[in-house]
Every structure is written in structure tokens, then in C-alpha cells.
Ligand binder design. Structure first.
Ligand code: NCD
Ligand code: ZN
Ligand code: ZN
Ligand code: ZN
Length: 425
């Protein structure tokens, strides 16, 4: 029998089941799956879980323009250490990623710094040249509510043409769904005030509006769904996928986080948080994505009203979910579907599954090893986490296209992140 370049053996997640077997890898792709395989290099993980690595469809790596908060090196190292081997970066950088020049500039930056594979979102504004961007962007992003950055489009009517162009391109339109027209602008002193200014109805209103205006014209992806009332709106709609962020099913406004818990959409009441968690158990949401939105400690320590919105989370997303899997509060299959399979499938990248023909992106878990999350041990430049002190299961090892990149929490492989669209047509 022909020897493979790399063989990884362990308790592998294949077609929805765990089974002891070998994964054969050539040229970074999975080329064989069998009980026994010979390899030039063999990694044995007896008794450990071998899972597809995660695809995080929503991160803000802040590069270029805000590299005091994060850059593509630190953000991607943080991703990798948390089991994420592919990220889709949002366009609210400086300059904003809204034309071919800024998209290509960011692509150069990411290609030279990223430890994980990546796709880049292009922002939608009136006049956005969709045709030129669609070949090189992983998708388009629309901000219906104001948040970090300068990409607000409060009026959907102003981008009718752009939406139908996106539909024609076949790309996804990812939406920050908060209705700017309904936002209160009172001075905020705490998380209750932030929630009052951005009540649940902003989200449900924006979701209804975008479905009404764009539903038939293009594929929609509703980012960071956070209210109970949104659930029925994003379920069973053709051409629509939905995403939930860990902070909306694990944290709520009662957490004493102050401005460190300031995020858009806001941390809501306990009932909403519980409803998000229950919905996950019940099968709702296509995707879990981190909305990793780092800001510096200094910025977060400003007066609440001035502090920027956003929380980091790319490194803690998978480990927190795996802790809930360990505790039998979430099923492994549901976790893998939303962290790996669906984001890859929706955005059309050959990742997220252990199957022949897919990229050999894998994360290995020793489910007996629980860690306590500490900001000091994480790799984001921002230096803090809203999950400080919580239990989590971090991956023991992470592979990108067959290469061991992380082992026991440290980088061991050399940088080889690339644009997921390179080579695809
Ligand atoms: C994000 C950021 O800081 O870039 N902030 C946030 O509160 N989620 C932007 C966004 O996703 O809305
Ligand atoms: Zn957003
Ligand atoms: Zn975001
Ligand atoms: Zn749990």
C-alpha cells in the first residue's frame, strides 16, 4: 500500500460519528480514511478526539488601521490556539474594505501575517462596485445599525441596486441587524442603559426589513442573532442563514462586566441568553461565530458612554462550546455542524469536514483536560476576555492543511495562512 505524507490517528469524527481510524493526508488534503494507513509522518492521538477544525465566519482582526487592538498575526495566532483554522474578516477596518484597492491591500497584509486561512468581507455602501469585488471577497457585509467603524447604511432603499448585484453574484450578504432609526441615543452609564438604547425590537425590526427588501434577491446571513423574538424570524426562511455569537448564549447584562461587556447587539436579559442556549440545543442557527471584536483595555476603561463596543472571542469560542459538550449540555454533532460544517458549506470553502477531498484542518481534544480561561494565557493583543475564570477545553493540537501548527497551547508550525479564494475560480 502506498504511504501517505501524513497520517493522523485517533477517535475521529466522520459522517456524524466517532470512530477509531486513520486520516491520510497528501498535499494538505484528506486523501484517505481507513482503519489503518501507512504514513511518512504519523501522529497518534490514542483515545483523543480528532475533529474538523472550526471556521469562524465573523472576526475583526483590525488590520489595517487599528493594530493597537489586534493585527493579523496576533488575531490569527489567537484563532489557531482556539481550534479555528479559517476566519472571515470583517470590513470595518481603516481604510474600510469597500473597494478593490482596499481589499487587495488587506489581502497582502493577511497573506504576509496570517497563521490561518482567511476570507475577506467587503462592505456594502451606496455605490459599492459589487461586480469587481465579488470575485475576491468571501462575501458582503451590511451594517443596518451603527457600530464600530463607518459603514452604517441606515436606509435599505439606498442600496437596492447593490443588493440585487450581490444576488446576481451568488455571494452571501451578511447583515448586522439593528434598526438605526429605532436606536435611542441617551447617555449610557452601564449595560442596562446600553440595552435600553438598543432594545430587542431594533433587531427584530431590522431582520424583518432586510428579509422584506432583499429576501428574494440575494442570500442573507443574519449575524449575531441575540433575541428570543428573532428566532422565529430566522427559521425556515429560504435563502437565509443565521449566526449566533458565544457571548449571546453564555453572557447577559447581569454579569458586572461594565464596558467590557459593551457589545452590539447588546448583552441582553437572562431570558434572552437562556433562549439562545435552548435554541442551540433545539437545532436553531446555522453557524456559531465569535464576532471577535477586540478593543484595548485602555479604551474599555473610558467612561462607559465613550467606550467602544465589542468583545474578543476567537480563541475561547470552541473551548467554551467543548466544555458544554463535555458537560452534556450541548451535543457534539450540533457543535461541529455550527462551528465547522455549516460555515464552510455556506461560504463554499472545502473545510469543516473529515472527508476525502477536504482540507486536512483538524483539532485534537483530550476531553479529560479542563482549563480555566485566563487572559494572560490567550494570544489576542487586547489582553482581556469576558470569560475570565470560566472552564473550557482547549485543543491539545491543531493542524492546518496537514501541518501541525499548535501543540499544547503553543505555536509549533510555520506561518502558512492563505486566502481561501486563491486557486478557486
Ligand atoms: C464590532 C467591532 O468592534 O468591530 N463590535 C461589536 O460590538 N460587535 C462590530 C460589530 O460586529 O457590530
Ligand atoms: Zn455586528
Ligand atoms: Zn462583528
Ligand atoms: Zn454547560
Amino acid at each position: 500500500m502506498k504511504s501517505m505524507e501524513v497520517v493522523i490517528e485517533g477517535n475521529c469524527y466522520i459522517s456524524g460519528r466517532l470512530e477509531r481510524c486513520c486520516i491520510g493526508i497528501d498535499g494538505g488534503k484528506i486523501t484517505a480514511i481507513a482503519k489503518d494507513l501507512d504514513g511518512e509522518k504519523v501522529h497518534s492521538f490514542d483515545g483523543k478526539l480528532v475533529l474538523p477544525a472550526a471556521v469562524d465566519a465573523h472576526v475583526h482582526f483590525r488590520d489595517p488601521g487599528f493594530t493597537q487592538k489586534e493585527d493579523f498575526s496576533t488575531g490569527s495566532l489567537s484563532a489557531l490556539c482556539g481550534g479555528v483554522t479559517c476566519v472571515f474578516d470583517m470590513p470595518n477596518t481603516r481604510p474600510a474594505t469597500i473597494n478593490l484597492a482596499s481589499l487587495r491591500d488587506k489581502k497582502k497584509i493577511a497573506s504576509s501575517k496570517s497563521l490561518v486561512d482567511f476570507g475577506l468581507f467587503a462592505g456594502v455602501k451606496p455605490g459599492t462596485n459589487v461586480a469587481s469585488l465579488s470575485k475576491e471577497a468571501i462575501g458582503f457585509k451590511l451594517y443596518l445599525g451603527s457600530t464600530t467603524g463607518e459603514l452604517l447604511v441606515p436606509d435599505i432603499a439606498s442600496i437596492k441596486k447593490e443588493i440585487s448585484d450581490i444576488g446576481a453574484s451568488g455571494k452571501i450578504l451578511a447583515v448586522h441587524a439593528e434598526d438605526e432609526g429605532m436606536r435611542n441615543k441617551d447617555v449610557e452609564k452601564n449595560l442596562d442603559d446600553h440595552l435600553r438604547n438598543r432594545s430587542n425590537s431594533l433587531e427584530t425590526s431590522a431582520i424583518k426589513k432586510i428579509i422584506r427588501n432583499a429576501g428574494k434577491d440575494c442570500k442573507l446571513h443574519i449575524c449575531h442573532v441575540s433575541t428570543r423574538d428573532s428566532l422565529s424570524l430566522v427559521t425556515g426562511v429560504p435563502n437565509l442563514t443565521s449566526e449566533v455569537a458565544p457571548h449571546h448564549f453564555l453572557l447577559d447584562r447581569s454579569g458586572n462586566l461594565g464596558a467590557f461587556g459593551k457589545v452590539n447587539p447588546p448583552l441582553r436579559k437572562r431570558e434572552d441568553r437562556q433562549a439562545m442556549f435552548q435554541a442551540l440545543k433545539d437545532g436553531a442557527f446555522d453557524v456559531i461565530a465569535s464576532d471577535h471584536a477586540p478593543h484595548t483595555i485602555e479604551e474599555k476603561e473610558e467612561d462607559f458612554d465613550y467606550a467602544p463596543s465589542g468583545v474578543p472571542g476567537v480563541e475561547t469560542m470552541v473551548p467554551l462550546v467543548m466544555q458544554h459538550v463535555r458537560d452534556k449540555h450541548l451535543e457534539l454533532s450540533g457543535a461541529i455542524r455550527r462551528l465547522c460544517e455549516r460555515p464552510a458549506e455556506i461560504f463554499g470553502v472545502p473545510k469543516g469536514r473529515i472527508a476525502v477531498g477536504y482540507d486536512a484542518d483538524l483539532m485534537i481534544f483530550d476531553m479529560a483536560k479542563i482549563s480555566i480561561i485566563k487572559a494572560d494565557a490567550l494570544h489576542s493583543k487586547c489582553g482581556w476576555t469576558p470569560y475570565e475564570g470560566m472552564n473550557a477545553v482547549f485543543p491539545k493540537a491543531v493542524f492546518l492543511r496537514g501541518r501541525l501548527m499548535v501543540e499544547d497551547g503553543s505555536q509549533v508550525g510555520e506561518r502558512m495562512g492563505r486566502d481561501v479564494l486563491a486557486g478557486q475560480v
